[in-house]
Design a protein. Structure first.
Length: 137
């Protein structure tokens, strides 16, 4: 699980966390989870695999403000040889403040889609080991 402390600059004139920051929190949590799994973005890029975001959806439940600590859980919920979907639950204590989902494709160094299961099975295995049925990312 990743933790993020809401910073003052992430709030708006009303003093609440601006909605656009939650996409950044998702990326922070995803990056952290991959590093914890031993295969961060830097290692993927060394292996010439890139995973751009192709879609994002968020459902805001409660507002957050400066100083709040968010616990962000990430789970791989769908995996194909060419794509991965990740869901996020952001909590302040026991209270869910946001749920979200992101979809990513696997690209090579020429920005061409690849079936990473075939071209880079080690990367595929990292995501496969984190499928929702097998545990948290």
């Amino acid at each position: 699980m990743y933790q993020h402390k809401i910073q003052y600059y992430e709030t708006d004139k009303m003093g609440i966390t601006h909605h656009s920051n939650y996409v950044r929190f998702m990326e922070e949590a995803r990056s952290y989870a991959l590093e914890q799994a031993g295969y961060g973005y830097d290692k993927m890029e060394e292996n010439k695999i890139f995973i751009p975001t192709i879609s994002v959806s968020l459902d805001y439940k409660k507002t957050t403000t400066y100083g709040d600590i968010l616990d962000i859980e990430t789970k791989v919920t769908n995996l194909t040889p060419a794509r991965v979907e990740i869901e996020y639950v952001m909590k302040r204590g026991d209270e869910i403040v946001c749920t979200a989902k992101s979809s990513h494709c696997f690209l090579n160094e020429n920005s061409r889609p690849v079936a990473v299961k075939k071209t880079n099975p080690d990367i595929y295995k990292v995501f496969e080991s984190m499928l929702e049925t097998k545990g948290e990312l």
